[in-house]
Write a protein that binds this ligand. Structure first.
Ligand code: FAD
Ligand code: FMN
Length: 469
């Protein structure tokens, strides 16, 4: 929710505004924890950066920005219009104290924390006073960076630690079912993967599962035995106490010469941990279902995360998983909804349709693209049921390999432009899920149909939401 802050009246000393810009929930989570940590010492407010103007920022007193970076060094969706309109202004921030926490990922080398850095430069250029250097965070287990941020918050009156700001440890889930959905497809294998939690877990449509790939159990056991290591020993690893057998399972297995004669603590600190992979949750509690495309690389090897889920992990075995609430893709309301996606994007859309079916909300329009009607219409039975019970008012499917020239879901969007506009004019929400290229094509088509201003406004109102990768 966006609310206007510090619009008028004298600036009260000591107030802190925490502004966040988040695509998949990580920055938003840290913004709230940051505010909670400060709340005992200072009056704090939290709001989405995208809802503010440069003039409102200038009046904030002390501003803490927590933001991620998306696309190629760009702002998350909810702050794109802010970046385009407000950051184009040469604003004056004299009297404003600020600091930036920038979330990013070093695999995006050239644009690492790009938007956070741009924001930091823009505020400094407007003569705002930097309270401390920008803190750049690599992935979600960067305890060193979070420790630095916590240390700075403590200088502002908080009493917190990096560990308190980190996401919780992953939990054990059981892999209960795995089924190939598109045998014979001209595209990559798509698998339905089902898991159940070993303790309580809940989520809502739009949320994300972070899955930790791991080495097969046989290779972990063999490694521990070969090097006479006790798997039950615990070490502080990426912020959490973890058994050695789990550390070995979730790291690239070192070569024998890297282990021999080396102190165990030293080895553990140098192991290259597997990075978790994110998946849009395709179901509602209590059973988690994922739609996973098995990635096959040019050399024929399988992707670490998708390979683990679709091929390596044993049915009945443990999968380490952490739930991530994703407010920016949760249901905005119970009104009409247009759902657009392609390929595994059906995962995120399916959770919404299951949610609407469960609540008996009609008025949804699904526009979906895949490769071939004969092989790639996942969840066809669900679609039939949603059509029959009124959850789906309208369904448009397109299969690129079944037509010449190839047609994709963005072509459907362009063709249905007039009707899409009519739906949007009556307050319909618009959810897009799937790959970046598809999402960019759909966005271009939507801009042509209804204009950038309309999309900006819908984003601002939480009616245009994307889960894209
Ligand atoms: C929000 C979100 C939702 C998603 N939802 C789905 C979904 O519903 N279904 C689906 O199939 N996929 C989904 N994905 C994609 C998924 O997370 C994986 O990227 C995909 O499964 C391929 O991963 P892999 O490990 O199998 O392949 P890999 O090739 O092993 O890795 C894939 C990516 O990870 C990078 N990578 C590899 N190793 C490292 C490393 N050591 N450190 C850092 N990066 C590394 C690579 O550059 C590559 O981009 C989603 C992604 C996001 C961000
Ligand atoms: C499609 C995609 C594009 C991304 N692009 C960048 C990038 O250009 N630079 C960067 O540092 N991080 C990039 N990231 C990583 C995110 O910034 C990082 O995962 C962050 O923790 C997400 O926080 P959020 O959930 O608040 O959006 C990208 C992530 C995705 C899924």
């Amino acid at each position: 929710m966006v609310f206007s802050l510090f619009r008028s009246g004298p600036r009260k000393a000591g107030k802190i505004l925490v502004a966040f810009a988040s695509q998949t929930g990580a920055a938003e989570r840290i913004a709230w924890l940051t505010a909670n940590a400060l709340a005992g010492a200072r009056p704090v407010k939290v709001t989405a950066l995208g809802g503010l103007t440069a003039a409102e920022l200038a009046q904030a007193g002390t501003l803490l920005v927590v933001t991620s970076t998306y696309g190629a060094g760009e702002a998350p969706d909810t702050a794109r219009a802010f970046a385009r309109k407000q950051m184009a202004l040469a604003a004056s921030f004299k009297g404003l104290d600020y600091a930036v926490l920038a979330l990013g990922d070093r695999k995006y080398d050239a644009t690492f924390c790009g938007f956070g850095r741009e924001l930091d430069r823009w505020l400094a250029k407007g003569k705002a006073k930097r309270l401390f250097e920008i803190v750049c965070v690599n992935g979600d287990d960067d305890d060193a960076a979070m420790g630095r941020w916590a240390g700075q918050l403590n200088q502002l009156g908080a009493a917190t630690s990096g560990a308190a700001l980190m996401p919780g440890a992953p939990r054990d889930w059981t892999l209960v079912e795995r089924r190939l959905l598109n045998a014979g497809s001209p595209g990559g294998e798509a698998w339905h993967v089902a898991l159940t939690p070993r303790d309580d877990a809940t989520w809502i449509a739009g949320d994300i599962a972070e899955v930790w790939p791991r080495n097969a159990q046989d290779s972990v056991d063999a490694f521990l035995e070969r090097h006479r290591l006790n798997g039950e020993l615990s070490f502080k690893w990426h912020g959490h106490w973890t058994f050695l057998r789990d550390i070995i399972a979730h790291s690239r297995l070192p070569n024998d010469h890297e282990v021999e004669g080396v102190a165990l603590e030293w080895l553990v600190q140098r192991l290259e941990a597997f990075v978790p992979r994110e998946y849009s949750i395709a179901s509602l509690p209590p059973r988690m279902e994922l739609l996973v495309r098995k990635a096959v690389k040019n050399d024929g090897s399988i992707g670490l995360g998708s390979g683990w889920l679709t091929q390596v992990a044993e049915v009945g075995g443990v999968v380490k998983l952490r739930l991530r609430p994703n407010p920016n893709f949760q249901p905005p309301n119970d009104g009409p909804m247009i759902l657009i996606g392609a390929g595994t994007g059906m995962a995120g859309l399916r959770a919404h349709l299951l949610h609407r079916a469960r609540k008996k909300i009609g008025g949804a329009w699904l526009l979906l693209g895949e490769r071939s009607a004969a092989h790639d219409l996942y969840y066809a039975d669900d679609i039939k049921a949603w059509q029959a019970d009124g959850t789906l008012e309208k369904t448009d499917l397109v299969f690129s390999r079944d037509s010449e020239p190839k047609r994709y879901v963005q072509h459907l969007v362009a063709e249905q432009g007039v009707e899409i506009c009519a739906w949007l004019d009556r307050g319909t929400s618009l959810m897009v899920c799937g790959g970046l290229e598809m999402a960019a094509g759909v966005q271009d088509a939507l801009v042509t149909i209804c204009g950038q201003e309309k999309l900006d406004q819908m984003t601002q109102d939480g009616l245009y939401r994307r889960d894209i990768y």
